[in-house]
Design a protein around this ligand. Structure first.
Ligand code: DAH
Length: 339
C-alpha cells in the first residue's frame, strides 16, 4: 500500500490539463467515490491497527495533494480565460474619428459672426416661396427674365409656388412684419434652374444683409462692406465698388476685393486684374420699402447679398462647385482644422 500511495503521489504531481473538462475528468478519476484515492481509503479500513497508524498520515497527504493539484489546475485555466475577457485599463484609448464641419457651414458661420459683431441678428424665411416675396415686392417688373421658367423652379403656377432664387425674399418678409430699425442677416439655401457643372449648380447658398433706419446712407453701406471684407480676408484687403443694377436697390453696386491670392498684383485666379467680385449691394429702392409697408419718406436702408460658395472658393480655392454637395469624405476631411 505504501508503494501505491507513493506512485499515485508521483503521478498526481505530474498532472496537467488543457481545459476545464479535462480537470473534471481528473477529479473523477482520483477523487470521486470510486476514484483511485477513495479506493485506497476503502482498503485502509481493512488494515490492522498498526498499519493504520503507519499509513493514515501518508494517505491523508495523498488526498490533500490530489485535491490541491486539481483545484490549482482548475483555477489556472479559469484565470486564463477571464484575463482574456477583461478590459485592459492600461491600453491607450483608440482615437475616435470626430466629424468635421462642412466648409460652407464654416464660412457661413464666419460671415454671420462678422455681421453679428455689428449688431445684425439672424432672420430666416421659407425656401418654398411665392412670387410676391421673391419678385414682386422686390420691384421686379412683370416681364423680368428672372421670373422665367429658365431660371426659377416653379412648383405650381396658380396660385404661384416656387423655390426661392435668392435670400432677398427674407428682406421683404421681415419688412412686412417689422418696423425699423431693422438690422438682419439672412443665411440660406437658394435654387436656380441651371445645368450642373463645375461652375454652376441648381442649388447654392447666400447670405443677405439688410439695414433700415432713419438716415441710413451709402457711406454706412461702404463702411460696413470694408469692415466685412477686412474681417473676412485680412486687414490688407481693399474694396472697390462698381455701379450695377438690381431691381430692389437704387443705386446698386457690385463689390470687388483686392485678390487675396496675389495681393492685387494679378494672377490667373483674378484673371490678372488684381480684383475679384464678391457681392451685390445697394440702397434699398423706395418702391421696395413702400411695398413692404415701410414709409420710404421717413426711412432708408441698404442691402447686400453674397454667395457662400463664392466666398468659400476665395478662401479655400475649391475648383469644382460639385464638391460641396457630393459628400466625399476625402474632401470634407481637408477642413478638419477649420472651425
Ligand atoms: N439677390 C441678389 C442675387 O441673388 C444678390 C443681391 C444683390 C442682394 C444686391 C442684395 C443686393 O440685397 O442689394 O444675385
Amino acid at each position: 500500500m505504501v508503494e501505491k500511495i507513493n506512485s499515485l503521489k508521483a503521478e498526481i504531481m505530474q498532472l496537467s490539463a488543457a481545459n476545464v473538462a479535462e480537470v473534471e475528468a481528473l477529479r473523477i478519476k482520483y477523487l470521486s467515490k470510486k476514484g483511485l484515492v477513495s479506493q485506497l481509503f476503502n482498503d485502509f479500513r481493512g488494515l490492522s491497527p498498526e498499519d493504520k497508524r503507519a499509513l493514515g498520515a501518508p494517505l491523508n497527504e495523498l488526498k490533500d495533494l490530489a485535491t490541491n493539484k486539481i483545484n490549482e489546475l482548475k483555477e489556472s485555466l479559469e484565470s486564463v480565460s477571464s484575463e482574456a475577457d477583461a478590459i485592459d485599463m492600461t491600453r491607450t484609448a483608440s482615437p475616435i474619428k470626430l466629424g468635421t464641419r462642412h466648409p460652407l457651414s464654416v464660412v457661413r458661420n464666419e460671415i454671420v459672426g462678422i455681421f453679428s459683431r455689428l449688431g445684425f441678428t439672424i432672420a430666416e424665411g421659407p425656401e418654398i416661396e411665392d412670387d410676391w416675396h421673391v419678385f414682386s415686392s422686390l420691384n421686379f417688373a412683370a416681364d423680368h427674365p428672372a421670373r422665367d421658367m429658365q431660371d426659377t423652379f416653379f412648383i405650381q403656377r396658380t396660385p404661384d409656388v416656387l423655390l426661392r432664387t435668392h435670400t432677398s425674399s427674407v428682406q421683404s418678409r421681415v419688412m412686412e412684419n417689422t418696423q425699423p430699425p431693422i438690422r438682419i442677416i439672412c443665411p440660406g439655401r437658394v435654387y436656380r434652374n441651371e445645368a450642373i457643372s463645375a461652375r454652376a449648380h441648381c442649388f447654392f447658398h447666400q447670405v443677405e444683409a439688410l439695414y433700415v433706419d432713419k438716415n441710413v446712407s451709402f457711406a454706412d453701406l461702404k463702411q460696413t462692406l470694408l469692415y466685412f471684407a477686412q474681417e473676412m480676408f485680412g486687414p490688407e484687403t481693399k474694396i472697390r465698388l462698381r455701379p450695377s443694377y438690381f431691381p430692389f436697390t437704387e443705386p446698386s453696386a457690385e463689390m470687388d476685393i483686392s485678390c487675396n491670392l496675389c495681393g492685387g498684383k494679378g494672377c490667373s485666379f483674378c484673371k490678372h486684374t488684381g480684383w475679384v467680385e464678391i457681392l451685390g449691394c445697394g440702397m434699398v429702392d423706395p418702391n421696395v420699402l413702400d411695398a413692404c409697408g415701410i414709409d420710404s419718406k421717413v426711412y432708408s436702408g441698404f442691402a447686400l447679398g453674397m454667395g457662400v460658395e463664392r466666398i468659400t472658393n476665395l478662401k479655400y480655392q475649391v475648383k469644382d462647385l460639385r464638391m460641396f454637395s457630393e459628400n466625399d469624405t476625402r474632401f470634407l476631411e481637408e477642413f478638419t482644422s477649420a472651425h
